[in-house]
Design a protein around this ligand. Structure first.
Ligand code: NDP
Length: 329
């Protein structure tokens, strides 16, 4: 038996409820590798799954948690043996398959990555899906060529934004952090941001086809009006790595002009379906380049029982940095 956050749906009313329950190993879904989970995290997608509408959940009852790190308990796949430390992100785990908000998980071997050297399971989850996504975004910007000038990070006090800010600063870039929470300015400066920009100053739509060239690259977690405006302020040939849509599913107010007259690139980043080699490469760079000393400042520790409330908080934009869940606490 083990503890898990279970989301159940009432057949009559259609409402969902999330609560910690004790369940049996035989309830776990099929998969080659059973993992004794040590840490998981709370991401925006988990907020959607835990929330009243059930968000991205495909089948009930459901265990959310889009990432986890732990120790292999049993494996029918040659690549993993009991005792191996592993990390999982993506592959619709926590959405279409039971996830990491539990003391045990059973998944396909293909979805796992061995824990990179230099990281423990708690650090790996302080990084988690948000950190992997931030790393993939930075690697995509590097592949296109980062231009002169500061790099803009939107949704900066959130999970992906916090790690992107710390990572880019550690790599020697000037980082302009956009936040809707002025009270987080000190936190963002502590992560290495050189400039703090108020969300409202940048999210206001303009009818101008182009604005002054400001940013040598950008990591955008927000989309909506913010992304529309940012595109018009990119330097010639610079790239925006679009990772999320916390501010809306559309690009508002954008014109084609930045793409044609300034050769701006809009790069879509998806951490979910990354093949093994790409995920492993990104994790190795995380272990090498991410300032682990700064990671602790971003972490808010949590237990499984805290998740229903924190799920609502992340959807309301009230969570700072990374929520790391000690599933055994
Ligand atoms: P968080 O909730 O931790 O951070 C999002 C941040 O966006 C908030 O902290 C806030 O930052 C800002 N924000 C929230 N609401 C608004 C709004 N209405 N308008 C403008 N800014 C807003 O989420 P994550 O960092 O975990 O994820 C961010 C996005 O990226 C989500 O859409 C998520 O689904 C997506 N994502 C995508 C991945 C991929 O593979 N592409 C992987 C992981 C996440 P502040 O307070 O500083 O303004």
């Amino acid at each position: 038996m083990f503890n898990a956050l279970i989301i159940r749906k009432d057949a009559e009313s259609g409402t969902t409820t999330a609560a910690v329950e004790e369940i049996a190993d035989t309830d776990l879904p099929a998969g080659e590798v059973t993992v004794s989970v040590e840490y998981s995290t709370l991401n925006y997608k988990d907020g959607l799954c835990i929330g009243p509408g059930g968000g991205l959940v495909r089948n009930y009852p459901h265990v959310p948690g889009i990432d986890f790190a732990g120790t292999v308990e049993a494996s029918s796949d040659d690549r993993y043996a009991p005792g191996d430390k592993v990390v999982l992100t993506g592959w619709r785990v926590g959405e279409a398959h039971w996830g990491g908000h539990a003391q045990k998980a059973r998944v396909k071997a293909d979805w796992l990555v061995p824990l990179p050297e230099g990281l423990d399971t708690r650090q790996a989850m302080a990084v988690g899906t948000a950190g992997l996504t931030a790393m993939l975004a930075v690697m995509a910007l590097e592949a296109q060529g980062i231009k002169e000038g500061p790099i803009l990070v939107t949704g900066a006090a959130g999970g992906v934004g916090s790690i992107a800010t710390a990572l880019l600063a550690r790599l020697g870039h000037e980082v302009a952090a956009v936040t809707g929470r002025p009270e987080q300015a000190e936190y963002l400066t502590g992560l290495g941001a050189t400039e703090i920009i108020a969300r409202d100053d940048l999210a206001e739509a303009t009818r101008k086809p182009l604005e002054g060239e400001r940013w040598g690259g950008a990591v955008d977690a927000v989309a909506g009006a913010m992304l529309g405006r940012v595109l018009k302020q990119m330097r010639y040939g610079a790239s925006v790595a679009a990772i999320g849509l916390a501010g809306g599913a559309e690009i508002e107010g954008a014109l084609i002009t930045p793409f044609i007259l300034r050769g701006v690139n809009l790069l879509g980043i998806d951490s979910v379906m990354q093949p093994f080699e790409a995920r492993q490469r990104a994790w190795e760079r995380i272990a090498r380049d991410l300032p682990m000393d700064r990671l602790e400042e971003m972490v808010q520790p949590a237990t499984l029982a805290d998740l229903p409330q924190l799920g609502a908080d992340i959807l309301a934009g009230r969570v700072k940095g990374r929520v790391v869940v000690d599933v055994n606490a």
